[in-house]
Design a protein around this ligand. Structure first.
Ligand SMILES: *Cc1c(COP(=O)(O)O)cnc(C)c1O
Length: 363
């Protein structure tokens, strides 16, 4: 078998482990677990992740668009499924007819879902994206109570759950309670869900009936303290060329790096077209031959160059760009920290036509 050019390996056993851990936490508060597989499962593949997660204790799935929901249904996934944000005018009937619950923030959205739909009414408690502002909430609730829809849940989303102790968390929880009271007063008996991964792991009091976990399922920890999560994605490639470089030679566009001693460099056929941010130029290592080694010079569209010193690297040697970190290698979180973003963006950005995806672990 040829060594990989650019490959994402997704460990479904890690997805299972992380889901089981989160579902056990949620269950301590009596909550069920929705695994969020939007954006093609944060770049890991929505369908295999959904199946592994349902096998490991999740009972709900969450996506953003109707198209994402329908592709799960068309693949035979029958689990309860919520989709929460599409453009006004999207035909919701196929989703409703396929038992997909619809997230609703407005009276127009309620009408679009139509009688017979199962809806989750979203209250904006302070994130100020979608969700119904508190002043419009009584009207939305009244309309929902009289319109023939089934109000399965009320829900909201936290702005700062990844900063435990942030005052906005309690402020949002208070508004959520108020919204629930209004729904009860209107005769509704909905479930409640508020917690994302960070809140599920740090605020058992906010787990209510259901938690919506994403990033932690993929093994990335949104909290400052340690959790026993296993990153599911490994990004790997292989050496395609090595050359001996005399001291004083420069590498890659702009000649930003020059060798100070004779050294061996290895060419790896991945670049920013494959998900290596160009802003990591001069600031990243790879794991090659069991050791961390620096990438030198600029990250190109299709290639990076690794300084291997006098070590005997060979064409075909495996190169891990990021992985679990257990072997001392780089992680998606390390990439994110280096360039000033979050690991969500790194892994979600790995869904690329030139990068193949392979699954390991029990399917
Ligand atoms: C993406 C998303 C989640 C999952 O958040 P994580 O931080 O990945 O756990 C939960 N709820 C909503 C509304 C989302 O958009």
């Amino acid at each position: 078998m040829l060594p990989p050019r650019a490959e994402v390996v997704v460990d479904l056993d890690a997805i299972r482990h992380n889901t089981a851990l989160l579902a056990a936490r949620a269950a301590e508060s009596g909550a069920a677990t929705m695994v969020v597989v939007k954006a093609d499962g944060y770049g890991h593949g929505a369908l295999p992740v959904a199946r592994a997660a349902l096998d490991a204790g999740a009972t709900w799935l969450g996506v953003v668009s109707v198209a994402e929901a329908m592709s799960l249904r068309e693949a035979g996934v029958r689990a309860p499924l919520l989709c929460w944000l599409d453009v006004p005018g999207t035909d919701l009937r196929p989703a409703v007819e396929s038992d997909v619950d619809i997230g609703v923030s407005t009276v127009e959205g309620l009408r679009a879902a139509g009688p017979g739909a199962a809806v989750h009414l979203k209250i904006d408690t302070g994130l100020t994206r979608n969700g119904c502002p508190p002043d419009l909430w009584p009207e939305l609730v009244a309309e929902a109570a009289s319109s023939g829809v089934q109000v399965r849940a009320i829900w909201s989303h936290l702005a700062c759950a990844d900063e435990p102790g942030h005052p906005s968390i309690d402020a949002q929880a208070k508004r959520f309670d108020d919204a629930y009271d209004i729904a009860l007063a209107a005769g509704l008996r909905p479930m409640r869900h508020l917690a994302n991964s960070a809140a599920t792991l740090s605020r058992s009091d906010l787990c209510f009936d259901l938690v919506r976990v994403g990033i932690a399922v993929y093994g990335l920890n949104p909290l400052p303290h340690k959790e026993d999560l296993v990153p599911a994605m490994t990004f790997r490639s292989s050496v395609v060329l090595t050359k001996r470089l005399p001291a004083g030679e420069s590498v890659s566009y702009g000649q930003t790096w020059t060798s100070t001693v004779d050294t061996t460099v290895a060419l790896v056929p991945v670049g920013y077209a494959d998900g290596v941010p160009r802003t990591l130029s001069g600031r990243m290592d790879v794991l090659l031959g069991g050791r961390r080694r620096p990438v030198v010079g600029r990250v190109c569209m299709d290639q990076i160059v690794v300084d291997c010193g006098d070590d005997p690297v060979r064409v075909g040697d495996e190169v891990v760009l990021f992985g679990t970190g257990a072997d001392g290698g780089p992680t998606a979180t390390e990439w994110a920290d280096t360039i000033g973003t979050i690991d969500y963006e790194i892994v979600t950005g790995m869904y690329r036509p030139r990068v193949t995806r392979r699954y390991v672990g029990e399917p």
